[in-house]
Write a protein that binds this ligand. Sequence first.
Ligand SMILES: Nc1ncnc2c1ncn2[C@@H]1O[C@H](COP(=O)(O)OP(=O)(O)OP(=O)(O)O)[C@@H](O)[C@H]1O
Length: 304
Amino acid sequence: MSESVATAPRPTAAEHDGPVGATSTAGAELLTAGGVRVRLGRREILHGVDLSVRAGEVVGLIGETGSGKTTFARAVLGLVPTSAGTITVGREGSNRTVVSALRGSRLRAFRRTGAVQYVFQDPLRSLDPDLTVGRSVGQGLVLRGGLDAARIETGVTEALHAVGLDPDLATRTPGQLSGGQRQRVAVARALAVSPQVLICDEPVSALDAAHRNHVLQLLDGLRRERELGLLLISHDLGSVAAVSDRVAVLYRGSIVEEGPTAQVLSRPEHPYTRMLLASAASLHAGDSGAAGRRVLRREVLAGT
Ligand SMILES: Nc1ncnc2c1ncn2[C@@H]1O[C@H](COP(=O)(O)OP(=O)(O)OP(=O)(O)O)[C@@H](O)[C@H]1O
């Protein structure tokens, strides 16, 4: 196993077992993808992806550059259409939405609910440098509509508190924060709209080791407290090992292996997973230049 995996802070099995199945709602599927195919241009990028994330669960999605991780995230957000299969978000019942069936105004309305939120690798690039922290965190609530200024301010304060930031930071701009604080602001912005599913794309790869651990601990705590379904996209197997309950391995648009984190990382069955683990030390987590991510960043920041 690579050094990064071996040295990662890893919650105990007991901690992992706690949230899932511990309450009446834990364990309910919040994200269900079945047979998802996506074509971009003339190529099929995803070839029938099956993946689920339950309440209170972190699922790590790993795979090399170009394997389709960001494309899958875009499909869950409704930013690219599926050519086959279904993507469903929400608990069984009235809040459940078949995202892959939505188009036009119904899709925009779904996106405004904030049910799926996305946290980028590099908050300095994803947070508007001219907006105060308060305005950035409150953006989703404003977009959702129907809330007065006082309620939005309360929502911002609550979200900052949830990520362990002093609400006084609301008047600062991103440039006046540390890297770790900025990533917490990005998480707070996502949390402000009470998402069911949080997709974190390399959330700690731009951070130093101390901030990395803090943000991972924050995500680990939040999914338990809020029963979020958290999809952690990462090249960094150490981060995945630290907080993921399950891992799915994406290879050229197909999930080739999926299972409990300890099992997949310590006893990989698929040759590609074995290769990924063997080369983990030389993998570069910080590929912020990847074209797919740049497109996604633009799309998400453009609102609906
Ligand atoms: N708009 C697009 N049109 C055509 N092909 C695209 C488009 N966006 C991405 N692709 C291609 O889809 C494939 C998957 O890209 P994607 O960004 O999903 O990979 P990834 O696993 O997220 O990679 P990385 O880890 O580098 O971000 C790549 O071959 C990419 O070139």
